[in-house]
Ligand binder design. Sequence first.
Ligand code: NAD
Length: 422
Amino acid sequence: MPAEGANLQKELNPLANAGRQFDEAADRLNLPAGIREVIKRSRRATIVSLPVPMDDGTLKVFTGYRVQHSIVRGPAKGGIRYHPDVTLEEVEALAAWMTWKCAVVNIPFGGGKGGIVCDPAKMSRGELERLTRRYAADLSDLFGPESDVPAPDVNTNEQIMAWIVDTYSMHERRTEYAVVTGKPLEVGGSAGRREATGRGVLFCVREACAHLKLPLAGARVAVQGFGNVGSVSADLMARDGARIVAVSDVTGAVQAPEGLDVATLIAWVADHRGVKGFPGGKPFTTPIVEVDCDILVPAALENQITRENADRIRARIVAEGANGPTTPDADRILADHGVFVIPDILCNSGGVTVSYFEWVQNRMGFYWPEEEVNQRLEQAMVPAFRDVLAKSLEHKVNMRVAAFMVAIERVVKVITLRGVYA
Ligand code: NAD
């Protein structure tokens, strides 16, 4: 591989990036070497072989992973991803980010993540159900409300969570809703969970705008990805008076300098499976992250802002709805250009926060109205943003380094109080 290709490969490796982000913050904290090693590494990684009877009568063996990065502050918490490119390294990186995310927003969870190497687009509903149940059964000694609580991630959804609840409950001989979050409302889900990540993005953007004295009303916003996170973020920001000037998804991109009508666009996407062809905007082909705007919300995939394009970002604020959209190399360039990045572990932590509320409600057997969920979400996220901003100003570091510093300090504090069992 040519040197530049190898460098790019390295820049896009999520585990290496999670490690670099951790190191940059940990270097400023003077941690004892032993403790630093303990909290950087995954606590436990499990690999399972999952035999599944396929519809054509053959037997296929899939590979599944579950990584518990940390259980120091509470049960491991994190989603399960179904994708052909899932690797143990990727799952490890995502699990570590969950530890730091839960610590930043100060909810009593550690970090975990799971994945199965599979292509759900090529599987029937029955095959997906059997695969999910086999995974849940094989890992039922790890999973549990007190130990490890999965949730949906890429290509997994409420239905898959319902199958996990059922499988786990059959093994336990009683119904246990608190074993996963992101469930359908009828199966112990929480009001407001679907909108929680986008709503958290809104709360962070409001705080960032107040700090930068940039009024959100009238601000120009570009959103990459118009799925759960992107569409809810756009909708809520538009309700605050922002102009959503450009939106993209896998099907295409549309723009309108005076602002897109987000409610109509959401209805269009529901009917047409994408933004392409939306009559209320003009199609365009410039990469959306390079669009002239005040606020850019990457809400699709990782590695969208790299050292290749970082100097073409024109936004004043980058609000990371997605996990890992900006590489560490790009972070440096954005900081040099004065772009204010609200890092993923803070910006998209609304989802896991309401997952925590779902777990609490399951354990109480008492369910809150949506207004209460939203209010509690705001009460968690606004102080989290302010803690990170204060750390950033105190240490003259960017918001990502500050978020990692806040998170690492919280984890280390607990380890110091608990001690290391030997
Ligand atoms: P989703 O599947 O609902 O939406 C993803 C969107 O991204 C779709 O509109 C898709 O068309 C679009 N997309 C994919 N590739 C694209 C590309 N190359 N260019 C432009 N758009 C593209 O997923 P989601 O739940 O909204 O998650 C989006 C991101 O947010 C992921 O990184 C996820 O890990 C992260 N996240 C989600 C949650 C949550 O609660 N859903 C919580 C935290 C973080």
